[in-house]
Structure formats: structure tokens, C-alpha cells
Design a protein around this ligand. Structure first.
Ligand code: ADX
Ligand code: SF4
Length: 239
């Protein structure tokens, strides 16, 4: 028997239906992973469902000031308290004191993302049965096959059980996401007005240059087909 509830499969690729079905099936055992960018649209679908919803953000300690301001704005807009997940202090100190604050430019982003994002995510996901992300197929060459719903191929959920991963925006093109954000009058990160498209940590994100794919502005010193920080590492296996 599939671990995926029939109600989620029945939602097809409809973003609002996917979010509603996930919250209906899992309640407080589901949470939305919010990065502080255009994935705000997922929060709006959760609000429109009329159901209670949980939101968490991985605070790496290296986000832009604009993103922190935006996170607080989003809390106010939706009347929610985002749950912030911090990295382990001992591990951050060991890495930074051994290698400096910018080791990722020399060694690649793997270790720093592992400490600051992936480990806190793993701990958060171990409390859940389902998580909802803002991943889209058009975001990256590594994401062209992202399904709307699947069993997370990398992380386990509550009690080591299967974890359902819902990507309600999987099939929604970037332009449509932005048109919908504007139509709903949602707050947006001020970085978008400065040329940023995809937004991650400050040292690893730059504004997009004309003609570039949005992923080019993340970890620009590394190769495009490897640009996953570990949150969505399963994408690398299928692409
Ligand atoms: S990343 O893996 O390369 O950093 P990206 O920025 O494209 O991911 O965002 C894709 C989705 O991953 C977001 O919509 C969100 O669901 C999740 N995500 C990314 N960064 C964070 C974060 N700091 N906190 C919580 N979720 C995040
Ligand atoms: Fe570290 Fe950059 Fe990864 Fe942020 S995106 S956790 S600063 S390597």
C-alpha cells in the first residue's frame, strides 16, 4: 500500500488542492518550509484552506537583513509565528574557527550547508509526517522532475517513518507564481526589487544578470547540475 494518501494523489498538480489535502491529512504533523522568497504563495494557499498551518524557517545566521525584515512582515501579514530552526552552535564554531567565515568559496558549499541547513532540517523533519516546500521544476536544472507529491527520498519523518514531501508549486511557472502573488497582494522580500530572483544566504546569492537562469545567482562559483544544498538532495539522484 502506498504511503501517500489518496486525497493527496487526487489533488493532482493543483497547488491549493495539494496544500489543503496535506493539511487535512496531517494537521500539526505537517509543516511548510519557508525560505523568505516567492514561496510566500504556499503560505497563502494554506491560509485560503482555512486550516491551521505550521511554518518553519532554517535560520542559517547568514541570511540577508532584508530577509529577516521580510520574515517578520510575513508573520504579521498572516498572523502566524514562524518557527526558526538554528544550527548547532558547537558545529558552527568548530567549522568557522577552523576554516574562516567564507570556507564555502574555497571548498564548495557542502560542509557549511550541511551544518547550517541540512542538520537543523533533519531534526525538524524528524518531528513531522509531511512537509510542504516551494520547489518548482523551472527553478533549476536539478528540479525538472520534481513531483507534486512523493515520499521524501532522503529524510525520515516522525519515529523514523516515511515522510511525505509535497511540492504544490512544482508545475507552476515562475511568471504565474509572481502574477498570483501580485493578485493576492502578498508582501514580498525587498531583495526582489534589487534584482534578486532566487534567494538563499547572503554570501551565496547575488542579483541575476540579464539572460541568466535564476539558479545562476546561487553558489555561482559551482557547477549548475550540482546546485542543491542538501535540503532537496534527492533531486540530484533523479536528474
Ligand atoms: S535551496 O535548497 O536551494 O536553498 P531554494 O532556495 O531553491 O532551496 O528553495 C526551495 C524551497 O526549499 C523553498 O521554497 C522552501 O520550501 C525550502 N527552503 C529553502 N531554504 C529554506 C530555509 N532557509 N528555510 C526553510 N525552507 C527553505
Ligand atoms: Fe553556508 Fe552559503 Fe550554504 Fe548558507 S548557502 S549555509 S552561507 S554555504
Amino acid at each position: 500500500m502506498s504511503a501517500i494518501p489518496a486525497s493527496l494523489t487526487a489533488a493532482g498538480q493543483d497547488p491549493a488542492a495539494l496544500v489543503d489535502a496535506c493539511l487535512a491529512a496531517y494537521g500539526d504533523a505537517a509543516a511548510i518550509a519557508f525560505s523568505g522568497a516567492e514561496d510566500v504563495l504556499v503560505l497563502e494557499y494554506a491560509r485560503l484552506s482555512g486550516r491551521r498551518f505550521r511554518v518553519f524557517c532554517l535560520d542559517t545566521g547568514r541570511l540577508h537583513p532584508e530577509t529577516y525584515t521580510y520574515l517578520a512582515q510575513v508573520e504579521q501579514h498572516f498572523g502566524i509565528q514562524i518557527q526558526y530552526c538554528f544550527p548547532d552552535r558547537t558545529r558552527v564554531e568548530a567549522m568557522v574557527n577552523a576554516k574562516g567565515l567564507f570556507s564555502f568559496y574555497r571548498e564548495g558549499h557542502g560542509e557549511c550547508c550541511g551544518v547550517r541547513k541540512v542538520e537543523p532540517l533533519r531534526q525538524q523533519l524528524a518531528t513531522l509526517r509531511a512537509w510542504i516546500t516551494g520547489q518548482r521544476r523551472d527553478q533549476s536544472p536539478t528540479r525538472t522532475d520534481v513531483p507534486p507529491v512523493h515520499v521524501d527520498p532522503v529524510f525520515s519523518g516522525l519515529g523514523g517513518g516515511p515522510l511525505i514531501k509535497v511540492n504544490p508549486l512544482a508545475a507552476v511557472p515562475q511568471a504565474e507564481v509572481w502574477a498570483t502573488i501580485r493578485a493576492y497582494g502578498l508582501p514580498t522580500n525587498a531583495l526582489h526589487d534589487q534584482g534578486y530572483v532566487s534567494i538563499g544566504c547572503a554570501p551565496c546569492t547575488r542579483p541575476l544578470r540579464p539572460g541568466e537562469h535564476e539558479r545562476a545567482a546561487r553558489w555561482w562559483w559551482e557547477e549548475g547540475t550540482k546546485k542543491e544544498c542538501g535540503l532537496h538532495a534527492g533531486n540530484l539522484r533523479t536528474s
